[in-house]
Ligand binder design. Sequence first.
Ligand code: ADP
Ligand code: ADP
Length: 234
Amino acid sequence: NTLIAFRNVWKTYQMGEVQVNALKDVTVKLGRNEFAAIIGPSGSGKSTMMNLVGCLDIPSKGEIFLKGRNIALLEESDLAALRGRTIGFVFQQYNLIPGMTALENVLLPLEIQEIDDHTAEKRAKELLTLVGLSDKMQNKPSQLSGGQQQRVSIARSLACDPEIILADEPTGALDSVTGKEVIGILYRLWKEKEKTVVMVTHDLHLAGYASRHIQLKDGEMVRDEPNKEQIDPE
Ligand code: ADP
Ligand code: ADP
């Protein structure tokens, strides 16, 4: 049932003479159909943890297992393939390609996976409909609001049907009303589509929608517990 496991993970950055321990001895497991918020103030190690959960970086010490595979022992191309079908990424700044329509942006990961055109187009349209953008498929990012752009980016993250959606401050660039729509979509992906959502945020209100709180302080995991007061956005 475990999708990602950290075993005694350390991440150390060398800054000239100085060593910074951005993560210190973190042991944690993320299973299927969880909604976890990684919280903590600026500098506590959230981005470092996000990069490691996303298998975009490797630990300085300790091991990380993605679906049971020790990522340090995988070839780069095998890791990229495993990551591509297991994890979908949602970023604060959306990271959409400006010259492409919403539909083309969602099609991109499907084309990379060499899904046939007909299947890819059907799937991309379904995903844009799922996030409420069936009437905006031909719009380019500049013709969409921030919240709509983030919904395109969520649709894109779902393209390869990953088990995990990894969201970095997903509402950080949005006003509170639009942010609530976006968090509502992530909540439904967890509740109705049984995705594992891992959200990194410094916003405690946003963390209220998650079912599990993982708190970092100076690189240490100081708290990991169920959120007994989970907010239902409905
Ligand atoms: P957060 O996302 O919670 O703000 P980070 O993971 O970005 O925290 O940073 C944790 C610590 O690691 C901070 O002290 C930060 O300065 C340091 N750090 C992060 N990335 C690097 C890097 N590439 N090189 C050197 N130090 C870094
Ligand atoms: P539902 O069947 O309720 O729509 P699913 O989670 O099965 O919920 O599907 C969500 C979306 O993902 C749908 O658009 C579906 O077509 C698509 N989908 C489901 N499984 C896969 C898969 N293995 N590969 C590609 N697309 C999939």
